[in-house]
Write a protein that binds this ligand. Structure first.
Ligand code: NAD
Ligand code: UGA
Length: 472
């Protein structure tokens, strides 16, 4: 059996590496049109892979060259494949009908047309990308009507991915569940059984859920919407805590011990980020509007609106705390990635917070252990939603002189009026805050957007500390 995955990104790379690692008798080839990305996946020992993910290097090294390959020869490998995963990006549309909400399926449709054009044997085509419900129907039409050989059959499956960045290898090794949706026809069920047999190499049967196509597609959007909704819910409570003297961490713990609520995903934060939560909810909103469910659309839209409110609220709190003026003041930004243990900055809340602070005249000195200077400047110069549209990002704004990126947290804080924590990197908890205090302007402020620091200790040192959802 030969598996080919189109798209060597955050999902395609790690998921295929895991399949190859667990199924030595299956040949797995990951293809991408981005040559630089393929070259990076093929780097020899000691060089960094294109994405940072704990444990990924070991898995890739164990399988690469054995039964795992990365290539830009998309046509050859897709033509030879029995199962074709499609794991391309599905960003939010930036123009035209549905701009700012609907999923842009340009890359998906391009991949489907390519599969159809090179196929001379029948294939199982697997939706790995997160797509709107009913996408399989559209893709099937594209595949069937663009393939010259009438004997070639395509069977479409939906197999959405639930891994989270930073824990991708753990999530893939011991998934809560693997979800496979297929047509309720004989050939659909046969295809489903083939894909199931791949996962059965390491995932127990009871964790492999099989549904129809539309349920699988919609389950993925719903899972992300529900997760994001929990964060927005606790973030609204963080605002109420600040107004009343309650402590959001105590509230979260108290409610999380109720087994019906559960303790996970209740950390108040400066806002959720990442490439998917906002995109997938907006997509859900668009679908609901499309079928006339306005109230349902409004409900899910509010999850994104609250997230924007939380980021804005954080910026306003900083400005207010620093005597209503941050113009010309130096603020150290610790953390830029959208969460710890990843170098990914897609839709990171740091972008909106940094833009908000510079709009008010602040000078920012940014440090993140995994994000490069070039990436930070690019993110802060790119308009909303444009980051995942390479063809439209030709006109880059110049680098802002208000932004400096450094490679050390102490350097970032030197001479600063305030420190903001925007990513919960463990190394920030271990910083010598007495040393930092001595090097800062006074009064020295700390704005902990992740509630990871020891606030009592910081106050003992002399800092004025603002924590999310906590009394001053
Ligand atoms: P990504 O941008 O990291 O990777 C997508 C890759 O597809 C890119 O390298 C791009 O060059 C390539 N590509 C696009 N069109 C192509 C084509 N026609 N032929 C060959 N290669 C092509 O995206 P990602 O984060 O891996 O996400 C992929 C999908 O998975 C999205 O739909 C996303 O919503 C979903 N998803 C992402 C995550 C995550 O943690 N990032 C988790 C679950 C699901
Ligand atoms: C999320 C989901 O957790 C995955 O199941 C899903 O596959 C993936 O989206 C996707 O479809 O892309 P990811 O975005 O990688 O994974 O990371 P999360 O751990 O979910 O964190 C998302 C954001 O929420 C981060 O900015 C994080 O800091 C924030 N967050 C998370 C909070 O603010 N509070 C929390 O309690 C948890």
């Amino acid at each position: 059996m030969k598996i080919v995955c189109i798209g060597a990104g955050y999902v395609g790379g790690p998921t295929m590496a895991m399949i190859a690692y667990k199924c030595p008798e299956i040949q797995v080839v990951v293809v991408d049109i981005n040559q630089a990305r393929i070259d990076a996946w093929n780097q020899l020992d000691g060089c960094e892979l294109p994405i940072y993910e704990p444990g990924l290097e070991e898995v890739v090294q164990a399988a690469r060259g054995r039964n795992l390959f990365f290539s830009s020869d998309t046509h050859k490998h897709v033509a030879e494949g029995d199962i074709i995963f499609v794991s391309v990006n599905t960003p939010t549309k930036t123009r035209g009908v549905g701009a700012g909400k609907a999923a842009d399926l340009t890359y998906w449709e391009g991949a489907a047309r390519m599969i159809a054009s090179v196929s001379t044997t029948s294939k199982i085509v697997v939706e790995k990308s997160t797509v709107p419900v009913k996408t399989a129907e559209a893709i099937e039409k594209v595949l069937r009507r663009n393939c010259a050989d009438p004997n070639v059959q395509f069977e479409i499956l939906s197999n959405p991915e639930f891994l989270a960045e930073g824990t991708a290898i753990e999530d893939l090794t011991v998934p809560d569940r693997v979800l496979i949706g297929g047509k309720e026809t004989e050939s659909g069920q046969r295809a489903l059984a083939v894909l199931k047999s791949v996962y059965q190499h390491w995932v127990p049967d009871e964790r492999i859920l099989c549904t129809n196509l539309w349920s699988a597609e919609l389950s993925k959007l719903t899972a992300n919407a529900m997760l994001a909704q929990r964060i927005s819910s606790v973030n609204t409570i963080s605002a109420l805590c600040e107004a009343t003297g309650a402590d959001v961490q105590q509230v979260a713990h108290s409610i999380g011990t109720d087994s019906r609520i559960g303790p996970k995903f209740l950390n108040a934060s400066v806002g959720f980020g990442g490439s998917c939560f906002q995109k997938d909810i907006l997509n859900l909103v668009y679908i609901c509007e499309g079928v006339g469910l306005k109230q349902v659309a409004d409900y899910w839209q509010s999850v994104v609106s609250i997230n924007d409110y939380q980021k804005q609220r954080f910026v306003e709190r900083i400005i207010e705390a620093m005597f209503n003026t941050i113009s010309g003041k130096k603020i150290a930004v610790l953390g830029f990635a959208f969460k710890k243990d990843t170098g990914d900055t897609r839709e990171t809340p740091a972008i909106d917070v940094c833009k908000g602070l510079t709009q008010d005249g602040a000078k920012l000195v940014i440090y993140d252990p995994k994000v490069t200077e070039a990436q930070i400047h690019q993110d802060l110069a790119t308009p909303k939603f444009e980051w995942d549209h390479p063809q439209s990002s030709g006109t880059k704004s110049p680098r802002s002189s208000a932004i400096t990126v450094v490679e050390d947290a102490y350097e970032a804080c030197e001479g600063a009026h305030g420190i903001t924590i925007l990513t919960e990197w463990d190394e920030f908890k271990k910083l010598d805050f007495e040393k930092i205090y001595a090097s800062m302007m006074k009064p020295a402020f700390v704005f902990d957007g992740r509630n990871i620091l020891d606030h009592a200790k910081l106050r003992e040192i002399g800092y004025i500390v603002y924590a999310l959802g906590k009394p001053l």
